[in-house]
Write a protein that binds this ligand. Sequence first.
Ligand code: NDP
Length: 317
Amino acid sequence: MDDAARTYTLADLETWSRPGTSLAVLGHPIKHSISPAMHNAALAVLARADARFADWRYFRFEVPPEELPRALELLHAKKFRGVNLTVPHKILAFASPRVVEIDPAARPVGAINTLRHRAEGWEGFNTDGHGLASGLREDLGAELAGSPVILLGAGGAARGAAVECLQRGVASLWIANRTRENLDALLTQLAPLAGEIPVHGFDPRQPPAALPVAGALIINATSAGLKPTDPLPLDLTSLPAPSSATGDTARPRAVYDMIYNPPETPLLAAARARGLPAANGLSMLVHQGARSLELWSGAAVPVAAMSEAARAALAAR
Ligand code: NDP
């Protein structure tokens, strides 16, 4: 019971007896998750400097939604130190009675991706927003604070990104989504958090003339781009040119796509073709994982080792 390359199930958890400190990621599907490679690489580095981490391992578990309550109960009873949650568990876990406390910063997101063991139950966090902000900084030298942001999508990832944008004080937030009712639902959820920050929605097929394109960070949080046949989530050539600005000052600051597989989506290719700085979501994945490991270990996490392992695992897929 110590094979970090294996995919485990609830049945394995029922009989789990590993003595070392265990961590897990739960998802459905989970087989292709690169989180075990990333976390175990970081743990190997930590163990070289501190023997406390020598028996720490991170495992993947295939858990369909109906098995989540039992899985959370067993993981707690078996004293797993921490858990990551991915599709479709982030919202389900948020509402779970096994999660006894939720980090205040995660509450407006309505979803959690990290659990930390406490005697009386799980403590929930959401590290995706930190991952996004750190990825933007690392890959593009960009800060959310003070930037106009054009966010594409209104699903779970977009909601997390939008909350992070508002918590970090963006200059304005413009959200585009294909389906108007999903956009409206997100705008309603965000309204109490916006404060002085202007938040608007628009149809990506008809970008409004008032869209603050100059210097904007464009962030794709849709799943358009996962498949080669997907349409662009936003046609960059359709963006209005600000009348008062010319050349570089009229252009977006950069384009970030949360998708990292494929590594270059059509949106990123279009951005690069226009000479715009562009990056994919691998840095977000790495930094959300690094923040989770920091919460579990209290140690300074070797982010570069996680990044290297994530790239290698993706290349080997
Ligand atoms: P959801 O299913 O919750 O939301 C999907 C979103 O994509 C909706 O806004 C949907 O619009 C839109 N969409 C789907 N297909 C199309 C299309 N063909 N054209 C235009 N819009 C489309 O997914 P998530 O929010 O959980 O995830 C979104 C993306 O973010 C995924 O690709 C995921 O891999 C990525 N992600 C990356 C992370 C990272 O660490 N890098 C972390 C989390 C997510 P509509 O409302 O109209 O259906």
